[in-house]
Design a protein around this ligand. Structure first.
Ligand SMILES: *Cc1c(COP(=O)(O)O)cnc(C)c1O
Length: 468
């Protein structure tokens, strides 16, 4: 029997008619009339769309089309109240996970955001004089203190920082970069494309795995306005490689009076070894070794809000600040509030930075991770007995394109057998509120203890048992 679209469409009731029904009017005691009305409209709209897109596997009967009951309206109102952007629990072990929000903020940063959001502030107001102030003053001296740079400014993200630098100093001119550093980062940040947007012309030198100082030198001509060095954060060329160090590049740049721009990507203030990482200079060290301008993200290893931080010599930062493009890329007050609080922690020292979740996760000891895993397994076993759980050693990752080859030893809770298939169980975990994002390895579901926040360790056993 063929499906009679028109007949079904005709049977969709009128909004007014439903609103006069007892089913709807009873709801007016609980919800505002307009909310019920909007829910009914949405329900009818969806019904219309479903009929129009009818597929042979769809179940549809005329009574179902005609009736709108109370439960359906309440369900729709609940749906309308739900946010699209919502909290998830990160059990993936990837600390700076770009898809699920990169860096969670410290308690202090969150409180600063709330204050800045709720009240008026001296965002661009000099309280002492009553005159207009500059929004960058709130982080400038912190950036100077921490990095040792002469000055600093902040834009929306690091991609914007690189764009602003290239556009300001090399629009219509040439910028030299090593071929091995032409990177693409997730979310389509491609150095060549950014350079194109900035109006600067890219001059690639060297080969993918080896670049020498002569390669840079030979490429310099009267059109050259800048030398760019990019931290190849999400891949490594290993084996027969050679790159030109920052100090040598700096000498060359000075000889030819060219600014040297370093895009650090992650940008850590703490020595890498303290974070359990290796081979990575700090921002301070890069500033000291002579880069004129250094850019990095606020929400990677720094553990703050999304931002592109630019530090460097006064003459360059002042010029950047005056570029009209800077106005288009400027950070909002909520970002500034979170960034100031995060930077302050670095000035205050270890105890303060321990509250930055990214730092805390990186520094978490194996003993603490094992404790967490033991606690989760023990609690689940006490609460429900369907699952076979074990505590295993595994490895977490930094994420955010940083330290691609670096595995950090961790402890996981492994779900060794589930009532459903591993993939079904994984999607069930995602359907919870809040969704739990896990990793699957060798047909087992792993909950990495490193990326859980403290309170999440406490609620995880209940979450697991809710699926028993
Ligand atoms: C991550 C990264 C970027 C982009 O930074 P966003 O803050 O994501 O815009 C640029 N360059 C490098 C080297 C990076 O690692």
């Amino acid at each position: 029997m063929s499906f009679d679209k028109k007949k079904f469409l005709r049977n969709i009731p009128a909004v007014d008619k439903i609103m006069k029904n007892q089913e709807a009017t009873e709801l007016f005691e609980e919800f505002p009339r307009e909310m019920v009305l909007n829910a009914v409209k949405l329900i009818l709209d969806e019904r219309r769309k479903k009929i129009l897109n009818y597929g042979s596997s769809d179940q549809m009967n005329l009574d179902g089309v005609k009736l709108v009951n109370k439960e359906e309206i309440i369900q729709k109102i609940d749906q309308m109240k739900e946010f699209s952007l919502k909290r998830v629990i990160n059990a993936t072990g990837i600390i700076i996970h770009t898809n699920i929000g990169r860096a969670p903020l410290s308690e202090n940063a969150v409180n600063a955001v709330i204050k800045a959001a709720k009240y008026y502030s001296n965002l661009e107001y000099d309280i002492a004089t009553g005159n207009r102030g500059k929004r960058y003053t709130h982080v400038k001296s912190l950036l100077q203190d921490i990095t040792g740079a002469e000055s600093g400014i902040v834009v929306n993200n690091n991609a914007a920082a690189v764009l602003l630098c290239l556009s300001t100093f090399a629009k219509g001119y040439e910028v030299i970069i090593s071929r091995g550093e032409l990177i693409e980062i997730g979310g389509s940040f491609r150095i060549p494309e950014i350079m194109q947007q900035s109006g600067a012309k890219l001059v690639e030198v060297g080969s993918t795995n080896r670049t020498h100082i002569e390669d840079y030198k030979n490429a310099i001509n009267e059109k050259t306005k800048m030398i760019l060095k990019v931290h190849t954060s999400n891949y490594r060329v290993v084996g027969f490689t050679s790159e030109v160090g920052l100090d040598n590049l700096n000498k060359l740049a000075k000889d030819y009076k060219l600014p040297l721009l370093l895009d650090m990507g992650s940008g850590n203030f703490m020595p890498a070894e303290e974070l359990g990482l290796k081979d990575e200079p700090t921002v301070q060290e890069e500033v000291l070794s002579g880069a004129d301008i250094v850019t990095f993200s606020g929400d990677k290893l720094l553990g703050g809000p999304q931002a592109g931080i630019i530090v460097g010599k006064n003459i360059y930062i002042d010029t950047l600040a005056k570029n009209p493009l800077n106005r288009a890329l400027r950070v909002d007050k909520l970002t500034l509030a979170a960034l100031e609080a995060t930077l302050k922690a670095y000035v205050l020292g270890d105890e303060a930075t321990a509250d930055i979740p990214v730092i805390k996760m990186l520094k978490m000891s194996e003993a603490e991770l094992k404790n967490r895993a033991d606690h989760v397994v023990r609690t689940v076993k006490n609460k429900c007995s369907v699952f076979e759980l074990s505590v295993c050693k595994d490895s977490s990752q930094v994420g955010g394109g940083a330290y691609p080859l670096h595995n950090i030893p961790t402890y996981v809770v492994s779900l060794d057998s589930t009532p459903l298939s591993v993939n079904k169980f994984e999607s069930l975990l995602r359907s919870l509120n809040p969704p739990v994002i896990v990793r699957i390895k060798k047909d087992r579901i792993l909950f990495d203890m490193r990326t859980l926040l403290d309170d999440e360790v406490e609620i995880l056993p209940d979450i697991i048992c809710s699926l028993a």
